[in-house]
Design a protein around this ligand. Structure first.
Ligand SMILES: CC(C)(COP(=O)(O)OP(=O)(O)OC[C@H]1O[C@@H](n2cnc3c(N)ncnc32)[C@H](O)[C@@H]1OP(=O)(O)O)[C@@H](O)C(=O)NCCC(=O)NCCS
Length: 187
């Protein structure tokens, strides 16, 4: 039995992905109700958006729920990567190339590309169609919006936000928000 935490749009995308992998025994569970499950229940995070996804997962890990599923869609391409962490999700058509690394609970969305040697930290969110070029880094809890591009070797700091469609040409400080082409800081 796989328990998807949440029942929103993202949870449905995830369920479809798991079914495409051949899993049939899947139920949605509210985050408050996980505490009624045994500690070895098989879990996957169906909450799409930061920071709720991060907070719920951290609280459950702290309280002893450790059986997190790594969900890789059958259409994703994952080749010679360093790591795909426990609880991470790699959705439809996403590509992870050699030497890349995806942290625990990180969400690599539909058709996103994590190029060679790019590092994506724990709890990060990589939006649909986003491209993280070779040797770039997206630190923990950062959010990269739909169709954004992070050019080679550039770093997006811890908890930073990159707006949809942005082209990030310089390092983004932790917690900052950048938008546009080239990306400029707005917060
Ligand atoms: C970057 C983002 C998070 C900013 O949201 P916010 O903090 O609520 O900021 P605001 O909407 O107040 O926008 C601040 C300014 O940036 C501009 N802006 C916001 N997002 C922008 C974007 N993606 N590209 C260019 N400009 C953008 C706004 O027009 C506004 O400019 P103004 O002050 O001149 O009016 C949001 O707009 C965004 O792009 N989210 C990505 C959504 C996404 O891809 N989700 C994935 C779903 S699967």
């Amino acid at each position: 039995m796989i328990h998807i935490i949440g029942s929103s749009g993202h949870a449905h995308v995830l369920r479809a992905s798991l079914r495409a992998r051949g899993h049939q025994n899947i139920i949605f569970v509210h985050s408050d109700d996980v505490r009624g499950l045994s500690k070895d229940a098989r879990l996957v995070m169906g909450i799409g958006l930061n920071p709720a996804r991060q907070e719920v997962a951290d609280a459950l890990v702290l309280d002893g729920w450790t059986n997190w599923m790594t969900a890789v869609d059958p259409t994703a391409v994952v080749r010679e990567v360093l790591m795909v962490g426990a609880g991470a999700q790699v959705l439809t058509g996403a590509i992870l190339h050699p030497g890349s690394s995806v942290g625990e609970f990180t969400l690599v969305n539909t058709r996103a590309v994590v190029e060679h040697d790019a590092i994506v930290g724990r709890h990060a969110f990589v939006g649909p169609g986003a491209v993280l070029c070779g040797g770039s880094a997206v630190h923990g809890r950062a959010f990269v919006g739909t169709n954004a591009t992070v050019i080679p070797g550039v770093t997006v700091g811890e908890g930073a936000v990159v707006g949809a469609g942005a082209v990030v040409t310089k390092d983004v400080p932790p917690g900052a928000t950048v938008v546009g082409v080239p990306a400029r800081r707005v917060k």
